[in-house]
Design a protein around this ligand. Structure first.
Ligand SMILES: Nc1ncnc2c1ncn2[C@@H]1O[C@H](COP(=O)(O)OP(=O)(O)OP(=O)(O)O)[C@@H](O)[C@H]1O
Ligand SMILES: [Mg+2]
Length: 387
């Protein structure tokens, strides 16, 4: 089974490209499910088909699903909430706060991933296309297994492995019987680990970044790219959507937009190469319904199978050193050694031949001092000092 997850800033065309990808794959005989994990669903609207919290068959080889938090919580989380509540109360957290906290951050989104884990086990679909919420949320969601684990180990005293004994301990200290929820907790940990493995396996999961040729959108795409690399997810393509035709220049109010679009397209080429870049023109109308989506699918993939892995490499690496970190970034666009590097917060600004390029470091680098850099084509290594 393959998984393709679409992410990007709000409104760039994630739902449109995800739906188009699913339709294109299904047409080629790939048994495909397109699932929306964005609580603000628009997949039904894009496809112009009514969807439900369980898969609905749309056409040959094509199913659609709009994940529903309440439906899924009920289906998958059972006594988990009760268990968390007991643990918090036991740890002396105020009742009301405990109630609030017992819905783990990201727990709602995690329910969405439990579906994927289920589909992976059942092995009915060849391809799952995920239309996700805008960048920020997706990233939290993808790091959820690690986050939840560290979070839980903070709530639960002792070693990481103490999960096994916690049911017993809590019962002994508070008299709260936790056996049921505890078994589910163990089960959940197994599933989360499995999900993590599935999503970080480049043979199974590809992330596709969707962007528009606009400054803020590209900034966010770059940041997301750094993060996805950091967490070990394979980004295998970037889709630049809603490109306006050059013919709009002459005397129209779009003249300036076209000029900046050109600049941004060049920036995208330089910053993401050798990642494949698929370009989708603005269609001149809103895109919804199967027929218009088919056109988008064709534009992106042509004769290619959307389920293929288009790219596989890790252009980003963080190494822990004695007094800090070394961040290695692959920058094929730098040809000569004649450039300067400056760091502003989590942003790295590179001046090459009078032009400025910017990249993003992981956020933890924000308050670390840069202690020089080195370049061996195409790798830039930035040294960061811990204080
Ligand atoms: N190539 C295109 N040409 C014209 N209109 C487009 C194109 N791609 C998307 N649109 C339109 O842009 C709007 C936003 O697209 P879409 O809903 O796919 O974005 P999104 O990234 O999923 O948004 P959200 O972040 O809200 O989920 C929709 O009205 C859609 O029809
Ligand atoms: Mg959407």
């Amino acid at each position: 089974m393959r998984i393709i997850l679409f992410t990007g800033k709000g409104g760039v065309g994630k739902t449109t490209t995800a739906a188009a990808t699913a339709i294109h794959a299904a047409k080629q005989g790939v048994k495909t499910l397109v699932i929306s994990t964005d609580p603000a669903h628009s997949l039904s609207d894009a496809l112009n088909v009514e969807l439900a919290p369980e898969p609905t068959k749309i056409s040959d080889n094509l199913w659609g699903q709009e994940f529903d938090v309440y439906y899924s919580m009920k289906k998958y989380w059972g006594n988990m909430r009760q268990l968390m509540l007991s643990i918090f109360k036991w740890r002396g957290v105020d009742n009301v706060v405990a109630e609030e906290l017992s819905v783990l951050p990201g727990m709602e989104e995690a329910s969405a991933f439990l579906w994927i884990e289920k589909y992976y086990r059942e092995d009915f679909y060849d391809l799952i296309v995920i239309d996700s919420a805008p960048t920020g949320e997706t990233l939290t969601l993808l790091t959820l297994p690690q986050a939840t684990k560290s979070w839980l180990t903070k709530a639960i005293p002792g070693q990481k492995t103490a999960v096994k004994t916690v049911g017993f301990m809590v019962r002994k200290t508070t008299g709260v019987p936790l056996d049921k929820g505890y078994a589910e907790l163990e089960n959940l940990f197994d599933k989360l680990e499995n999900i993590q493995k599935i999503f970080t396996d480049p043979k199974i999961c590809s992330i596709r970044l969707v962007a528009n040729p606009e400054r803020m959108v590209i900034q966010e795409a770059k940041r997301a790219y750094t993060y996805l690399q950091l967490y070990g997810y394979n980004v295998d393509a970037i889709i630049v959507n809603r490109i306006l035709p050059n013919s709009l220049t002459n005397g129209t109010i779009f003249a300036n937009y076209i000029t900046s679009q050109k600049k941004h397209l060049q920036d995208i080429e330089e910053s993401f190469t050798p990642l494949p870049i698929f370009k989708v023109p603005h269609q001149g109308e809103e895109v919804f319904g199967i027929d218009l989506l088919k056109k988008i699918g064709k534009k992106i993939y042509g004769k290619k199978n959307p389920a293929d892995i288009f790219h596989e490499e890790n252009p980003f690496e963080v190494i822990t050193t004695k007094n800090g970190y070394e961040v290695k970034m692959k920058l094929p666009f730098i040809k000569q050694a004649d450039f300067t590097v400056n760091k502003y917060g989590d942003e790295v600004v590179i001046d090459v031949a009078g032009r400025r390029k910017n990249l993003f470091l992981p956020r933890f680098a924000n308050f670390l001092k840069m202690d020089g850099y080195s370049f061996v084509h195409p790798w830039l290594t930035i040294k960061l000092l811990k204080d």
